[in-house]
Each structure stands twice: as C-alpha cells, then as structure tokens.
Design a protein around this ligand. Sequence first.
Ligand SMILES: Cc1cc2nc3c(=O)[nH]c(=O)nc-3n(C[C@H](O)[C@H](O)[C@H](O)COP(=O)(O)OP(=O)(O)OC[C@H]3O[C@@H](n4cnc5c(N)ncnc54)[C@H](O)[C@@H]3O)c2cc1C
Length: 277
Amino acid sequence: MAVIIHTKGDLTLFTIKNYVVVKDLEEAYVLNQKRSNVVLGGIAWLKMGERNIQNAIDLSGLGLDKIEETEEGFEIGSMVTLRELETNTALNSYFNGVIAKSTEHIVGVQFRNCATVGGSIFSRFGFSDILTCLLALDAYVELYKGGVIPLREFADMPKDNDILVKVIIKKDRREVSYLTHRRTATDIPVIACTVARVNHKWQVVLGARPSKAKLLLDKEQMLSNNPTEEEINKFIEYIKENIQFGSNMRASAEFRKHLAGVLCKRGIKEITERKGL
Ligand SMILES: Cc1cc2nc3c(=O)[nH]c(=O)nc-3n(C[C@H](O)[C@H](O)[C@H](O)COP(=O)(O)OP(=O)(O)OC[C@H]3O[C@@H](n4cnc5c(N)ncnc54)[C@H](O)[C@@H]3O)c2cc1C
C-alpha cells in the first residue's frame, strides 16, 4: 500500500509505494541500483521534494546509529543524527569541539534529532556545515561497494548509487576552528570556514561559496606556526585568488570573498591565541 506523506496542508511532498526495512547492506545496495528507489536518512531533505518513490530503503535496522571510539579515531554510522554528533562528549573532546560547533546552527534541535550524518555527507550540499568542518579533519567515508576513501576524494566524486555506511575520523593533534556567517542564526550559511593547524602547517576549508566546500592547503608554507599579521594578510590574498566565490540570493561573490578573509583571519587567531596549548 502506498504511503503518502502530507506535511503542509493538502500538499503532497513525496509518495512511497513500498517501505522496505532492509536486513543487510547488500539488500539496500541492490534496491538502490534502481532510480525509482531511494535510501532514507532522516528524510529532512527528501520530504522537501515531490518524488514518487517505488521502494523506500530504510537502514534503521542495521545498527548504523552509533558513534564508536577506537584507539585511532571515531567511527560514525550513517544513521547517527546531527544532534548526536553535537552532543557526543567523547567526539567533541577532540578537535576543539568544532564538530558540535558545525551543527549547532542547523535549523533547531528537533530537526537535528532527525537529520542524519549519511544524508548530510552523501548529499554533498554546497551549503553544508558538516562537510566544511569534516574536510579539515583526517576524515574518510566507508561506502558499501566503494570501500574506505578519503572524504576529500568523496566530496569531488559524482553522486552514484552506493550506500554510505560510516564516516571515520582519525584522532590526531590538529587544532581546529570553525566559523560561519549567517543572515539569521538558523539560516544556511552565507560562508563557512574551517581553519586547521596540523604539524605546524595550515589548511583552510571554505564552504557555502555558495558551491561545495573547498580545501586549500598552505603548501608553500606562507604561514609560520605562529604567523605574523603580514603573513596572514598575504595568505588571505592567496585564498581570494585561488578559491572561487559566487553570488546568489543570500550574498554577492564580492561579499563572500571579503567574509572569507575575515573568518579565515579570525580562525587563525583563535588557534594561535588559545591558552594552554
Ligand atoms: C530547511 C533545511 C535547512 C537546512 N539547513 C542546513 C544548514 O544550515 N547547514 C547544513 O549543513 N545543513 C542544512 N540542511 C541539511 C541537513 O542538515 C541534512 O543534511 C539534510 O536534511 C539531509 O539529511 P537527512 O538525514 O535528512 O537525509 P535525507 O533527506 O533522508 O536524504 C538526503 C539524500 O541522501 C541520500 N542518503 C541518505 N542516507 C544515505 C546513505 N546512508 N547512503 C546513501 N545515500 C543516502 C538519500 O537517498 C537522499 O538522496 C538543511 C536542510 C533543510 C531541509
């Protein structure tokens, strides 16, 4: 029997013909090869569309809703909600708590209790806070068929019909800062910026440009470990020349470019001025 989701008066947002709670990842993968079938995350994004779904693929019986800490890092199942990412104490005791920081402006707590890591990372939205944050960490995705690949590689891959099983983040001693500019506290970002210092080298990720988050490594070591104002200004010019910004209803390319410089400088200073490091 068809399941019709009505969430706005009489407006039908999407229709599901069969709802399949899969017994394993192979079943999910096989079903997902058909265009009319769809994997469900928290359906926070899917419900905004008007798709006719033949088989809705529910992964909730596969134990993918856990964050597991290992010696080397964290393994985050694709069905973990954004709220769990935000509130997980072990995870947020690392990376200067930036994972929580990258989730806290996303709509509201009830929304974050539904939206999942799998839906967020697999979608690779241009405005994604989560992708902007995780790209600055030593992060990987585990795909059912594609295996474990660096998130940096996955971010630039075209979308296919694989299943995102988990996100893996390796523990290291990198220091990180996450900042965004938004028109209102819970709107999508006008620009998002993650700065990281790892082994005395710097890197910056800029998201919501408005296109997909882009990583820039300070390969030429323009920034020293504790950079001077002059070094920072030079690096910001380098960013502005090497990263593309665009215009949309939220902001112009020029404004985004300016904000990128401001947030990048603040991020670097936040890291160098932290006490007790
Ligand atoms: C109104 C609104 C405001 C938002 N604001 C922000 C914001 O400010 N910042 C931000 O970062 N994000 C924002 N988001 C995005 C949100 O955080 C989630 O990323 C989004 O809802 C997708 O997650 P989901 O679990 O709801 O996925 P779903 O809607 O269930 O699925 C999204 C897509 O991912 C696919 N998918 C889901 N799980 C898997 C899997 N395991 N393997 C393969 N494919 C999968 C689905 O088939 C579908 O194509 C916003 C979303 C909405 C609707």
